[in-house]
Design a protein around this ligand. Structure first.
Ligand code: SF4
Length: 712
């Protein structure tokens, strides 16, 4: 049997053909019909068939008894207990004493249902997601600039660009198929210039014409300097700025104040002036310029300003939504984008509507016919776990994520969970660092077993389809949520017969009263996200749905690019320049902690390795945690390549093997995010990371924690 589905790893969202063999084994190949990858798969995607066995799976509901041990339970008992736990806390302490912490691994339908339960029925906006850790600065930057969280371009722009700028993104390892498309374009008869802006010299630099190894945290100076340079050198598209934007004068003044002198910018950013000017000149001259950015931009205490400083340069030049040009946020997870569409963040409502907007709240509540609607934004990820530690949030449902490994100051997360009255975890894995703190474990379906949709970085909705039977007691996440909702007394809103019914409701909500007030001076709702053309699909058409980019009009027509002629989602239809005064990371190095810790992915692993850790050919690439550092720093710290060392910050410590990749600037170290106590002891880099967040997006500063390295 062969089924067309979508890769469950990164936000590139590659199409996969999964072949199930007669012995139950699975092998995969790239789907040549899918626009994201045209048949290509990276090494992680190619190894998917090796990760679908049942080793380590959570296959039955488990309840923790008074003696602290987990015991198998039947679904009825487990669901009753989960609902009772939540009901008890809500009745005693109110709806904001409960919370949900969900994941970009969930399908859109799962996300939709749990968000509906929290915001429309329980009445709390305390539902946040691990996408907060990777994408929320891009979300906030899009909303500030465009009025809505929208990526204006598409992957085809990679093949049409004259200049590709990659900022804070080791694309070759983290979004490999995007990188392959760029590398292929580089071999064409009209190759684009490629500029990589990254403190590290990574595999992505292999295709670069120019690498700017900026000092960590200085990106806003770089792009403010670019804005000032573009204006000074006549690269402004005055017609576009005049017709479709506002706030240009203030943004330019802020940029000139910080970064009017390129020599000063080069000094602050730690790059050669000649290189900086080359970049600025190339950007000024190349009409078809695309700027891709990722976690190196987002995971910062000034992440939202970094995003807007990039978007400002594209607005100034009118390079947005046209072939080969635009700012382009590379999504980390397979469905971070879909989660955002259904409001799976503590400060959003479904269908890109805003919690703080009373009209939007009224629209969503009237569509849901729900008894209530959350009235104020909930707690974002880091604050949420602080509130659990402080005893303010007493019941937590974690879905498809492992915060004890992945959140900053991860030991504090452990302490918080150990004090929480009621912790539920639905997962496909039985033993994780997080599940050790759960009172109830609920077995979820994994890739190949579950059915629904995901949205990738270019707004393309693709189906994940079933090609394996549900193992033992495992159930779809959306169904588990509905089962609990009904036990909480909310039967009316959660009577979905199947996953198609959930998608249908989501699609109808995106169209509900969308653009209805365009005639007036101040439209109540104006959303680009509109799945009107998908709201008419019957079950068969949903099953057969081909990958499609939103918005999808009633006619079924979709849009590859947006905003070339304005039409932004702010009430006046204009995009906003945002003044972005530059500022340094919150915690500076000092004598005790003289090195800057940067964290990120390695090529062949995914998140906390619960799937990729099963495939020997993936674990063989890099078999253990490492700390990559400059040889001079190693000498100063008294550690040697190949030996174990202790990496220590004010917040925690870990052990890793010293490595010299040759790509690290003196004064910096890099540690991958994947390893955890299931794979190596004392190996969670999250325990070191400072819990500082961007004040707008709430995204943690994973790229800048002062640390020390010492012999182990
Ligand atoms: Fe999967 Fe991303 Fe690799 Fe594509 S690039 S195969 S989506 S991990």
């Amino acid at each position: 049997m062969t089924v067309a589905t979508t890769c469950p790893y990164c936000g590139v969202g590659c199409g996969v053909l999964a072949h199930t063999n007669i012995d139950g084994s699975v092998h995969v190949e790239g789907d040549t019909q899918h626009h994201a990858n045209h048949g290509r798969l990276c090494v992680k995607g190619s190894a998917l068939g090796e990760t679908v066995d049942l080793r380590g799976r959570l296959l039955h509901p488990m309840l923790r008894g008074p003696d602290g041990t987990l015991r198998r339970a039947n679904w009825n008992d487990a669901l009753d207990r989960v609902a009772e736990g939540f009901r008890r806390v809500i009745d005693q302490h109110g709806p904001d004493a409960v919370a949900f912490y969900v994941s970009g691994q969930l399908l859109t339908e799962d996300y939709y249902v749990v968000n509906k339960l929290a915001k429309g029925y329980i009445g709390t906006a305390n539902i946040d997601t691990n996408s907060r850790l990777c994408m929320s600065s891009a979300v906030a930057g899009h909303k500030r600039a465009f009025g809505e969280d929208v990526v204006p371009g598409c992957y085809e722009d990679l093949e049409q660009a004259e200049l590709i700028v990659l900022v804070g993104s080791n694309t070759a390892w983290c979004h490999p198929i995007v990188y392959q498309r760029i590398a292929k374009a580089k071999e064409s008869s009209a190759p684009p210039r490629i500029v990589v802006i990254d403190p590290r010299h990574t595999a992505t630099c292999e295709s670069a014409d120019l690498h700017l190894p900026v000092k960590p945290g200085t990106d806003v100076w770089l792009f403010n300097g670019l804005l000032a340079f573009l204006f000074q050198h006549g690269a402004m598209d005055a017609r576009f700025v005049e017709a479709h934007t506002e706030g240009f004068t203030q943004a330019l003044a802020a940029a000139q104040a910080d970064a009017g002198d390129p020599a000063e910018v080069a000094r602050i950013c730690g790059v050669q002036l000649a290189d900086l000017l080359n970049f600025y000149r190339w950007f000024a001259r190349c009409e078809r310029t695309i700027t891709l950015f990722s976690q190196g931009v987002n995971q910062s205490s000034s992440g939202t300003d970094k995003v807007n400083s990039i978007i400002n340069c594209h607005l100034l030049t009118g390079r947005i939504g046209k072939p080969g040009m635009g700012p382009f946020s590379l999504t980390g997870q397979p469905n971070a984008m879909g989660g955002r569409e259904v409001g799976g963040l503590a400060n959003m409502l479904a269908a890109h509507m805003e919690l703080e907007n009373p009209v939007h709240r009224q629209i969503v509540q009237s569509f849901w016919q729900s008894p209530r609607i959350a009235e104020r934004p909930g707690l974002k990820a880091v604050d949420l776990f602080d509130a659990i530690g402080d005893g303010k949030v007493k019941a937590l449902w974690i879905m498809a994520t492992n915060p004890v490994v992945s959140l900053p100051d991860a030991d504090r997360v452990k302490r918080a969970l150990s004090k929480c009255e009621w912790v539920v975890s639905s997962d496909i894995v039985a033993q994780t660092d997080t599940n050790a703190y759960a009172h109830a474990l609920l077995p979820a379906l994994g890739w190949g077993e579950k059915d629904g949709t995901v949205t990738n970085s270019e707004r393309r909705i693709s189906r994940q389809r079933v090609f394996m039977p549900a193992p033992e007691d495992a159930r779809a996440d959306w169904r588990i949520v509905c089962d609990v909702a009904q036990r909480l007394g909310f039967a009316a809103g959660f009577q979905f017969d199947d996953v198609h019914a959930v998608f249908d409701e989501h699609a109808r909500l995106t169209a509900y009263r969308n653009h209805e007030a365009q005639e007036g001076d101040a439209p109540a709702v104006r959303r680009v996200l509109n799945l009107e053309g998908l709201a008419t699909l019957d079950r068969r058409a949903y099953d057969a749905l081909k990958p499609i980019q939103w918005p999808v009009a009633m006619s079924g027509e979709s849009s590859m690019r947006l905003f070339a002629n304005g039409g932004f989602s702010h009430e006046n239809g204009r995009a906003r320049f945002v003044a972005t005064p530059a500022r340094l990371p919150v915690n500076a190095t000092d004598r005790e902690y003289p090195l800057v810790l940067n964290t990120g992915r390695v090529r062949d692993q995914w998140h906390t390795m619960t799937r990729t850790g099963k495939a020997p050919r993936l674990t063989g690439h890099i078999p253990e945690p490492f700390v990559d550092m400059h040889p001079h720093d190693a000498l100063r710290c008294g550690v040697r390549e190949g030996e174990l060392a202790r990496v220590q910050s004010r917040w925690g410590g870990m052990v890793a093997r010293v490595k010299h990749s040759g790509g690290i600037l003196a004064g910096n170290v890099f540690v991958p995010i994947h390893w955890n106590d299931q794979f190596a002891s004392d190996a969670r880099v999250g325990s070191l990371v400072n819990p500082v967040v961007d004040p707008v997006s709430g995204e943690p500063e994973f790229k800048h924690t002062p640390v020390n390295v010492e012999p182990f």
